[in-house]
Design a binder for this molecule. Structure first.
Ligand code: ZN
Length: 309
């Protein structure tokens, strides 16, 4: 009796194992542009998906160019989640040509890209959401941080909208698991609300709300939490000598005591300014794949640095 139970149990385990092993190949293959999106897709797709990022660790989305190996990755994809970072916009025609059958999700739907008002006044024809024409694609690349700030993955509030788009996409590609995707998404939305509240709370009592940063990745984050980001990089370039002098003056008058850099960019100008004003240089990573833990770490670093003397 006992023995037959054991045999039955092993058979059940064996079947379950084989089943899960076989189904690994049936996972929905999702390709995304940057590592934080892998996190978003995994939260909603769980075990049902296999998510991969075009941008490898350490890559910089403004200057990156996909390798032939990564282009081949696309041929396996069931679904692509667009976020419209610079390399993705520049390569999109080729990426789509590599797999015209993949289901394309635009995770920027419903998001109002904060754009520079002066730029919009000068170019009223350039509406960030209506850009199927080649003409605009070129402009968008040139004015990456001017007409269209792409860093929407760093605002928990905007990630909630991206989660909705990803969930809808997975349901279209794999309708049989609709209930699972919806329930995972709802859990993720709750976690995002909690994160948003925690970050808000952590960044409440600060000595200063202004911070200097080399590459302006934190525009939406700063907007959400009432901080002011002062970028060193101008139009995607290192500042000129005159611009550096102006930045040093600004840093002095604003009592800047820390300058943030990210692992993917040059630290040179940040270090030069820091030396001139006696500030320290610290790292904030906008592209870590372990997104939620990273956002909490970013809030912690900002809270510590902006409330110390
Ligand atoms: Zn950027």
């Amino acid at each position: 009796m006992r023995r037959s139970l054991l045999v039955t149990l092993s058979v059940v385990i064996l079947i379950a194992y084989q089943f899960s092993f076989a189904s690994a190949a049936d996972k929905v293959q999702v390709v995304v542009s940057i590592p934080p999106q892998v996190y978003f897709v995994n939260q909603i797709g769980g075990d049902l998906v296999n998510a991969m990022s075009m941008l490898p660790e350490g890559g910089f989305p403004h200057t990156y160019e996909p390798t032939p190996d990564q282009m081949r990755l696309l041929s396996e994809a069931d679904m692509y989640v667009r976020i419209k970072v610079e390399f993705e916009n520049a390569w999109w025609d080729k990426m789509l040509a590599a797999n015209p059958d993949m289901h394309v999700v635009d995770s920027t739907v419903g998001i109002d890209f904060g754009h520079d008002h002066d730029y919009e006044d000068e170019h009223p024809e350039d509406k960030p959401h209506e850009h199927e024409g080649k003409h605009h694609e070129e402009k968008e690349t040139m004015h990456a941080h001017h007409g269209h700030d792409p860093h929407i993955w760093l605002s928990p509030k905007l990630v909630k909208l991206q989660a909705e788009s990803i969930c809808e996409g997975l349901i279209q590609v794999d309708p049989n698991n609709k209930e699972i995707y919806i329930s995972n998404k709802n859990m993720f939305l709750k976690a995002l609300d909690e994160l948003d509240r925690d970050v808000q709370e952590r960044l409440t009592n600060l000595k200063t709300r202004k911070f200097m940063v080399f590459h302006p990745s934190w525009t939406y984050f700063a907007r959400d939490y009432n901080l002011e980001q002062i970028p060193i990089e101008i139009e995607g370039k290192e500042p000129s000598v005159a611009e550096m002098a102006a930045l040093i003056k600004t840093a002095k008058t604003q009592n800047i005591c820390v300058i943030f850099v990210q692992p993917q960019t040059s630290k040179r100008s940040a270090e030069t300014i820091a030396k001139q004003i006696g500030a320290k240089v610290k790292i904030l990573d906008p592209l870590a794949e372990n997104w939620m833990e990273n956002i909490r770490a970013v809030a912690e670093t900002l809270a510590e640095e902006l409330s110390s003397d």
